[in-house]
Design a protein around this ligand. Sequence first.
Ligand SMILES: [Zn+2]
Length: 466
Amino acid sequence: MADIYLRGGWVITVDPERRVIRDGAVAVEDGRIVAVGKRVELDRDYHGKSDVEIDTSRQIIMPGLINTHVHLAQGLLRGCADYLPLIPWLRDRVWPLQGNYREEEALVSAKLVVLEMIKSGTTAFLETGLVGRYGPDKIIEMIHSSGIRAAVARHVMDMTGYALEENILHEGLVELGDKSYKDTLRLYNKYHGWDNRIWVWFGPRTPGAVSVELYRRMSEKARELGTGITMHLAEVKADVEYTMTKFGKKPVEFADWVGLTGPNVVLVHVVWVTDEEIDILARTHTTVSHNPCSNMKLASGAARISDMLRRGVNVALGTDGGPSNNDYDLVREMKHAALLQPLRTLDAKAIRAEEVIEMATIRGAKALMIDNMVGSIEVGKRADIITIDYWKPHLKPMNNPISHLVYAAMGSDVRNVIVDGKIIMRDRRVLTLDEEKILEDADKAAASLYERAGICVEPDTIWKII
Ligand SMILES: [Zn+2]
């Protein structure tokens, strides 16, 4: 007897032995995984005796994916900021759009992104930085009601620059002084730990927008509260110039100096770093969130992920946002992560598909400090599980589910999504969100946002639209 019985198919467990079970099965009860093994053995206890039995004989069963770098407010910015490198991309397109949000539009953007993530197999994510004008309370409540798990960081700042560029943050995003820090604490007190699915983190802006004092204050507070902290670091060369010029330190040395290293810290991108900096990250158990699509599209550089893995850094995976990726599909991101390292190193063995799957699951769980709870299919863990339909031409012949998952699958192959033992997508239908309404609202909210910002009103194309 179980609440849910997933019967048949390949089970990629990512458990400590990294077992992969051919013709396996998984049983879930009271939100937990109660059995994992061969179908013939589990059938005795669960077949025909469970509340919900799903025939997964043509599917892969695996832990839910964990996206460690998401911008919920960038969902409506998809297609609005192509062909630009990071700083002009932020200054001229992304920030003016985000700085013009009204709360109802930001909520639509967040819903759209959560919907896309659920439909592509993400069961937990790390939002990098909500601000006051987006209406963080309503967004957090929507995340909770969608059934997904999330660590939600709120942006903290007391300056308006980016690296050596001063005063370039859009006025609509400026929150000076104590305000952003105190509002993070308010959200923490209100929502942190909600149903063991929502956590509130600090999300300091990138160096150039936060004083050393404020970095130190929030990193100490995060440690005291036992919560996390996430920040973009060393994404482009300008980030290295800034910390070297102002402080005589390389980016990771700077982060370490202000308290932004440790097992509760997720540093994002970390492209321009030396061996010594990689060793600091490994020694301090700091997570690096790798976002290969964003790094390629914004011409930021190729992060040294295979070197980081060899030197013992916890590397996880993220998609970044609508104007930098331009999707939130972590299955597709796995492919890019797997392709970028051979390209960078000219070594076909630079990274293995197994390592990439770990980055998208158990290493992501570690980044969010929830690896005791989720990130693998193991008896006793909470049931965050997805199934992937492989009865499709691009996933045949089914001779190697690990290879297919990384090199051939897409988010749209995800068929069922279970979070905390609850089915939130069944046969590709999301049960917790109104998909049709979100798609309609997205176009309407985007049109009013573009109009107000005076950006993206017409498509950026060199072809003629008639
Ligand atoms: Zn980002």
